[in-house]
Design a protein. Sequence first.
Length: 400
Amino acid sequence: MATEITVITKLAHDLLVLQQQQSTGELVITPAHSPAVQWRLYFYLGRLVYATGGSHRVRRWYRSIRQYCPDLLNHPEFLTMPPTEEPWEMYRLNYAVRQGWVTTPQAKAIIQSSVQEVIFAFVDPIAPKTEWFPGKFIAQPSVFLSIDQILQDIQDLRAQWLTGSLAHLQELFPCFSPDLAPNVRYPEHLKQQVSNGVYYSLTRLMQGKKTLWDVAIHLKKPLPALLRSLLPLLRQGLIELQSIPDLPNPYGEVGLPVQHARATKGLIACIDDSPVIGQIMEQLLTPYGYEVLTILNPLQGIATLLERKPNLIFLDLVMPNTNGYELCSFLRKTSAFQNTPIVILTGHDGVIDRVRAKLVGASEFLSKPPEPNKVLQVLERYLSVSQPENMLLSTRFATT
């Protein structure tokens, strides 16, 4: 409970300071579990005017417009607007209001929807890092949101999360996010447990293409209520969660933050049967200029490893059909990987495990889920990687 109070207190403090000082600028929030994914809150004279960021920025934009102003997506002039500065969503929405394409209540609903999704990221039990960038010019917006209401929404969401036992989702999926897409894994088993109507609805909506946000809106259910209903099916493995990419920006790349630079430094392989671990590594390492090769089936992925020859390999210890010790030993006997750093990943961090890992030629041993700081230390140790300047900025609101 203490850590959760810390999260709320820190965010409340930061937002209230900006409100009291009537600040204009950008607040960047970096989650503790995923430093490569940032959220951005924009303020005008101490009032919140927009929130964006995360890994599904464009999907959120489409989703909120379809929900509150679907005709806007058919407006030719709106769709062909030239690039603008950041945040591009807010500038386009304000322009649409001035042109009379969108009413002020519609614009407010769209912005509130985006803010609600951003707030959900703060369910993380570890306090995020916050950075304030004052003086960023914010053109006079059409809608202002109450800081007091935002703080109340954060409190309400956390209460729903805790009372609904949804914290179990983070035990099942360490990097759980509503941006994950549900997929019915065993339709026949599912059919035996739910009514025909529910079965038809789940199999139609959950094909690994729509996120949990999308499904909740389609079913007209609050996200916490949807998650509570799906929790038993997720525990049984009847429904799985998959990561899906964001949609392309309809206005081109101008205006989007550079989060995924093209790989130029090398290739990092992540051999793990859990797609979530691969996603963690990709979100963490891509901003450093590295490409991440995710291999879910190690036996089928040997050929890919031999062809791509990664510069460093993260290797899960426990996998179906094989284990990390056997695979590490095999790789060390292969001339292409005799000198490649191989880092064992496991949830069992014992002395015997570490000794055995060394005997089969492992370079390092990390606990799962991998902690970002320790992963970066491994890269620095074996590949001489230093942290980029933009990740070392001091923060006005940093707390210990």
